[in-house]
Design a protein. Structure first.
Lengths: 390, 179
């Protein structure tokens, strides 16, 4: 099986991996949109979508009703609706760019997933092998580089729509994303200063960051959120802005811009923007988890290796150390953290009202950026001091 | 008037960062998340109708199943949006109600015009038309939204009657008393 896989031409391998990413991220983003509707409803004291059901599921006595009440089938209903409803293309738009924008929105959203490790297993030598589609050394740099391309789709959509509200939405999107990218990038530099000690080969790999959070000892096992809380905070705030989530959803801002950059869009093209936004959220949460919340380590100071060791001791079963089991376990832990973060995204959405545009700019340039720079200088000095004395 | 100067407190650092406020807001929204839903799931759950509710106007029968409307057309003339149209007719011979003289041959209420004001109920000398609890009127065509006489009686049903006015009148007439 493994040999067969390895003997496949690299192009076919890449194609299969890419399709796998689409097959996973697309439904995951859909599930997030469903979760968003449900969480919003619960926070507003409503039951939320709970009617759609597939007839065969209605025959299952208890589970069927539960899934119906949970609104699981609305996900399928929504998807089918977006696929089959009429695609309106307004007469006044630039048709090529209008159709291109949603496609461009999807590309960076799906591409960034390839460099994000989502689990790990141990090989026979006991080394940690991260589960990642492309374990490149540039890691986080690739995420930043590709995900920031997503803003082009918003600008393109706003411009191609040839209408004032989408245009304003596009302009806001570009300004906002550029502003917050600075603080975001600056906030993670301390993490990489810490893991790239002088004399060791430099890396921007996210798997390496997790490795540093699973070292033995008090300082080794500390998640970076405890070591660098301010970095984590700045990164999280910038992440909200980068993914255009409330309170930073200026590009959409339905109160003052009708629907923002996608006002003129409908049906499947619109849903592509939506999926792209949720993919950005998933990837962003994943990166945040890897950088500051220990990746696939279950608890602070308890790395994955210890958990697997305890499980093996408790059950004495061989399957507990099987790479497949460890891989699924680590994937589960990682996804659990990502889902929790996505819930926080939704939670904040219904807590903090949308900022005014000037407040967004002021917060980004006058508060967050100086804070990120000060944070960087502090940690640079501290890390230099610690590594010199060590 | 005395002017009382109040001390204006400057915001503390914690307040200026907004973080404690946002955290307390998060607490509030999370509490909301755990509370049961406030809404009613409409077709299955129906709201309790308060007394005196003005729903769809209906025609009612008396406890003996006789129609009460005497086709006086007061409701038709009082109806502000002119939703009611009555065609007066004779009470058929042999029904035992010939002394009532008139009854509606046709009674139409156009529910696309009706404003649910209740003036028809107010004006009716026979207590024959009532705005009852039915609040949901739907139809696919304009014609479906016109309630005809049989539909009005079906919606109205029977309501208790305290007077039996026409029975008393009949009895009085039989005893030689005009009223």
């Amino acid at each position: 099986m493994i040999d067969f896989w390895l003997n496949l031409p690299p192009l076919v391998q890449g194609l299969i991996k890419g399709l796998a990413v689409i097959m996973v991220i697309f439904p995951l983003a859909g599930a997030c949109s469903m979760a968003e509707r449900k969480v919003s409803a619960w926070m507003q004291g409503r039951p939320g979508p709970n009617r759609a059901i597939v007839p065969w599921f209605a025959w299952i006595p208890f589970v069927g009703t539960f899934l119906q009440r949970l609104g699981v089938f609305h996900l399928i209903a929504d998807g089918a609706k977006f696929l089959f409803k009429e695609e309106p293309v307004p007469g006044h738009v630039n048709k090529l760019y209008f159709a291109l924008a949603p496609a461009i929105a999807m590309m960076p959203a799906l591409t960034t997933v390839t460099v994000v490790p989502f689990g790990a297993y141990f090989n026979h030598a006991g080394e940690v092998i991260p589960l990642v589609l492309a374990n490149v050394d540039v890691g986080l740099l690739a995420v930043f580089a590709v995900s920031s391309l997503g803003v082009y789709s918003l600008i393109l959509a706003g411009w191609a729509s040839n209408s004032k509200y989408p245009f304003l939405g596009g302009v806001r999107a570009s300004a906002q994303l550029i502003s917050y990218e600075l603080s975001m990038t600056l906030s993670v530099i301390p993490v990489f200063l810490w893991i790239n000690a002088p004399g060791t080969p430099g890396t921007m790999s996210l798997a390496k960051v997790v490795e540093f959070q699973s070292l033995p000892g008090f300082w080794g096992g500390t998640w970076f959120v405890f070591l660098m809380p301010l970095s984590a905070f700045i990164f999280l705030v910038s992440l909200f802005a980068e993914t255009n989530r409330q309170p930073f959803d200026m590009p959409e801002s339905e109160a003052d811009l009708v629907g923002g950059f996608h006002t003129e869009y409908g049906a499947f093209k619109w849903s592509l923007f939506f999926v792209a936004e949720y993919s950005h959220m998933i990837v962003g949460s994943g990166v945040f988890t890897l950088l500051f919340f220990g990746g696939w380590n279950p608890l602070p100071w308890i790395p994955l290796a210890s958990l697997v060791g305890w499980l093996h001791q408790a059950t004495l079963a061989a399957w507990t150390v099987h790479p497949l089991f460890v891989g699924v376990l680590s994937l589960g832990i990682f996804l659990g953290k990502v889902v929790a973060l996505i819930f926080i995204f939704m939670w904040v959405r219904w807590t903090v009202p949308r900022f005014r545009y000037d407040q967004v700019m002021k917060l980004g340039w006058q508060k967050l950026l100086p804070l990120a720079i000060a944070n960087l200088i502090f940690y640079a000095l501290a890390i230099a001091f610690i590594q010199k004395s060590a | 008037m005395a002017v009382i100067p109040l001390e204006r407190k400057t915001l503390s650092l914690a307040e200026r960062t907004y973080v404690p406020q946002i955290l307390s807001g998060l607490k509030t929204t999370f509490k909301r998340l755990l509370r049961p839903a406030e809404t009613m799931e409409y077709p299955e759950q129906r709201p309790a109708i308060p007394p005196g509710y003005r729903g769809v106007p209906t025609l009612v029968r008396d406890p003996h199943g006789r129609e009460k409307c005497v086709s006086c057309q007061l409701c038709e003339f009082v109806c502000p949006p002119k939703a009611i149209r009555i065609t007066p007719g004779e009470v058929p011979a042999g029904s035992g109600r010939e002394h009532v003289e008139k009854g509606p041959q046709a009674f139409d209420i156009d529910m696309l015009r009706c404003i649910y004001c209740g003036l028809c109920q107010e004006v009716c000398p026979e207590e024959a038309i009532f705005l009852q609890n039915q609040y949901s009127m739907t139809g696919y065509t304009r014609a479906e939204m016109v309630n005809h006489k049989d539909r009005l009686y079906e919606l109205g049903g029977t309501l208790p009657d305290a007077h039996f006015k026409w029975d008393k009148k009949k009895a009085a007439a039989e005893h030689g008393n005009a009223h």
